[in-house]
Design a protein around this ligand. Structure first.
Ligand code: GTP
Ligand code: MG
Length: 457
């Protein structure tokens, strides 16, 4: 697990050697990791700086609560916190050198060993801030990566996250290609002629990355086979902002007891269960939650897992309506679905945690937000509301789907991938120059295939 260690306030502004070792240690741990066993149990004392672009105190409060819960979810202690309203970004340090020094003083007074900035920092901004303030700095992306790493249970998720972590760490190796005066070619047994310590570290990191990518593509092939088998069933996928209640709803729908806690990113691995009582033809899947400013590295690594939702018959978007920022969470989820190219799959919106709100969002507001789509407002704790939702979902998947036959030329690769990616193939036959398919899928996808076939003529 990526962890950070304190360092003394530097007396001068040169790059301290200890700082190099901090990253070196993190990367060495990662490079040598046996993903299944390694867990660093050091607990950092964190001082949190929630960098907000909003003037609204309630938004600021919600953002602060989110970063506090992320830091706690990675197992660290929060010793102090403050909100910083950012009006002007400084290219070198984001918040300004003087401000960072003042904040570091308050953090030091509370014996903090890590200053967590709820912002994305470039590697050089992070270095500049550490040099200016004399305290170890950590940004939002590092925290989210740590939480993911801590909660990943399957080998596949662990590999995906470790790849994202190494990609995050690589540009943070100090002095790659710069510290020529440190060149000590051939001193260390494994160091190549003229290679600096940081270049050696980068080489080890690249080696580990290549190893992980190989392992990942092997696992993807196995997963693909499982997916193809599961594809014969209709699938409903639960998506939404982290902590919205997806797993709780899944548990209530299938009467299970999957781990659900008041903690971000409790679920990282997609879990699928039969929605119909005695096996049957409808599967429901619970997925990793979304979050604002989800690091691109993580989104990319979960793309394969999440791509599975593109062959769903129905997507259920779960929203925690008791969260002050639920409308923003809804927008983030909608734009994630667009990014993942799942926008043409029918949706049902579930506004959850009704028991926690005193004022219901008006129907006008909801219809405005979710357009023509279906929605329900409920609490996942309300058994009869969940049973009613289950009937509705089953009815939706069963009525929406169409079965259609297509004959597709072998050369039409994009139509082939639409068929394999977004429909369930009931039957297929290889003909002389074409492929015959009998497929089941949503009217939207069927219309797209028909349209694309016509374009070929
Ligand atoms: N009061 C109330 N709490 C709920 C409801 N639904 C879920 N919760 C709580 O909300 C917290 C988060 O629920 P989860 O089901 O783990 O949320 P999730 O969307 O799966 O979260 P991640 O897996 O972390 O993305 C848990 O503490 C649940 O007990 C609800 O309808 N009412
Ligand atoms: Mg969950």
């Amino acid at each position: 697990m990526m962890k950070f260690h304190s360092k003394p306030v530097p007396e001068h502004k040169e790059v301290p050697v200890a700082d190099n070792r901090r990253w070196e240690k993190i990367i060495e741990q990662s490079v040598q990791r046996d993903t299944s066993s390694s867990q660093n149990n050091d607990i950092n004392r964190c001082y949190i700086l929630s960098v907000s672009y909003s003037r609204d105190p309630l938004v600021q409060q919600a953002q602060l609560l989110e970063i506090v819960s992320l830091v706690k979810a990675q197992g660290d202690t929060v010793v102090g916190e403050e909100v910083y309203y950012l009006t002007k970004e400084r290219p070198q340090t984001l918040i300004g050198k003087g401000t960072s020094q003042e904040i570091a003083e308050r953090a030091h007074a509370l014996n903090a060993d890590l200053l967590v900035l709820d912002a994305e920092l470039s590697p050089s901004q992070m270095r500049n801030l550490e040099d200016a303030s004399g305290i170890a700095i950590c940004d939002r992306e590092a925290i989210i990566l740590n939480v993911f790493l801590r909660h990943a249970k399957t080998r596949s998720a662990q590999i995906q996250i470790e790849i994202a972590q190494l990609q995050y760490l690589r540009p943070r190796i100090r002095g790659i290609g710069l510290d020529m005066d440190q060149q000590t070619g051939g001193i260390s047994g494994s160091r190549g002629a003229g290679e600096t310590a940081s270049e050696l570290l980068a080489r080890k990191l690249d080696g580990r990355l290549a190893e992980l990518k190989k392992a990942q593509s092997k696992l993807e092939r196995v997963d693909k086979n499982h997916r193809e088998k599961r594809n014969k069933c209709k699938r409903i996928t639960l998506v939404g902002y982290t902590n919205a209640g997806k797993t709780s709803l899944m548990n209530a729908l299938v009467k299970e007891n999957l781990s659900s806690r008041n903690m971000p990113f409790e679920t990282l691995d997609t879990t699928s269960r039969c929605l119909t009582r005695h096996g049957g033809d409808v599967i429901i899947s619970d997925t990793v939650g979304f979050i604002r400013r989800l690091p691109n590295s993580l989104l990319a690594s979960f793309e394969t897992t999440l791509a599975e939702m593109c062959s769903s018959s129905l997507i259920v978007v779960v929203i925690d309506v008791s969260d002050y920022e639920w409308q923003e969470h809804l927008q983030i989820t909608i734009s994630m679905l667009e990014k993942l190219k799942a926008e043409d799959i029918p949706r049902c919106y579930v506004f959850n945690k009704l028991d926690c709100v005193s004022v219901l969002p008006s129907c006008d507001l909801l219809s405005g937000l979710v357009e023509e789509y279906n929605y329900e407002i409920l609490s996942s704790k309300d058994k009869s509301a969940v049973d009613k939702l289950k009937e509705k979902l089953l009815q939706m998947v069963r009525s929406e789907e169409q079965v259609i036959e297509f004959v597709v030329p072998y050369t039409a690769n994009h139509i082939m991938s639409l068929i394999y990616g977004k429909t369930r193939v009931i039957e297929s036959k290889a003909l002389a120059t074409e492929m015959y398919f009998r497929v089941e899928g949503s009217p939207q996808v069927m219309a797209k295939i028909e349209h694309d076939l016509k374009e070929l003529i």
